[in-house]
Design a protein around this ligand. Structure first.
Ligand code: NI
Length: 174
């Protein structure tokens, strides 16, 4: 499967709400091929998540790496719904393949319930926490035309990656 170009901020697909995938599309070769391309593109870019609008495709599909510490696995969710679990917002650094080179501190819910469908049309219903919950919120936002910059409470934490690595990587959480 080919790696596809990731569109960057300014492309209209990143600012438009994505359309639900029709029930008739679930499990079809076309949808499976799109998801394989998304997973491959995410991996080639060393990303932890990718939403279909980032390939210029306005469909409610995202992929992400679930799990941590070398046991990550790529998962795909179609027509997702995200419901925050109770808990105080947590700040941590985020970047985005569509906003290359920048990092910023973003508040997110510490846990959430994710519902939707997997590529075969089976229901997804799970609770995610921590970093995984953060990635899911970031990717879900892409399906609503929202990027992490919109979620930042203070743009003064915005940093280029090289400077971030030198000055901020160990210090930024609050
Ligand atoms: Ni992103």
């Amino acid at each position: 499967m080919p790696v596809r170009p990731v569109v960057r901020l300014g492309h209209p697909a990143l600012r438009e709400p994505a359309a639900p995938v029709a029930a008739a599309e679930l499990g079809t070769p076309g949808l499976r091929a799109l998801i394989e391309e998304m997973i491959e593109t995410m991996g080639a870019a060393s990303g932890v998540g990718l939403a279909a609008p980032q390939l210029g495709i306005g469909l409610q599909v995202f992929v992400y790496l679930a799990g941590e510490g070398g046991a990550e696995e790529a998962r795909a969710v179609i027509n997702p719904m995200v419901e925050p679990e109770p808990g105080e917002l947590v700040y941590d650094w985020e970047g985005c393949l569509s906003i290359p080179g920048l990092r910023g501190l973003v508040p997110r819910h510490p846990a959430l319930r994710l519902r939707g469908m997997d590529p075969a049309g089976r229901p997804v219903d799970q609770v995610a926490r921590g970093f995984e919950a953060r990635v899911i919120q970031h990717e879900y936002d892409h399906l609503n035309g929202v990027v992490f910059l919109d979620r930042m409470r203070d743009l003064r934490s915005l940093a280029f990656e090289e400077e971030w690595e030198e000055f901020l990587a160990d210090t930024g959480r609050k």
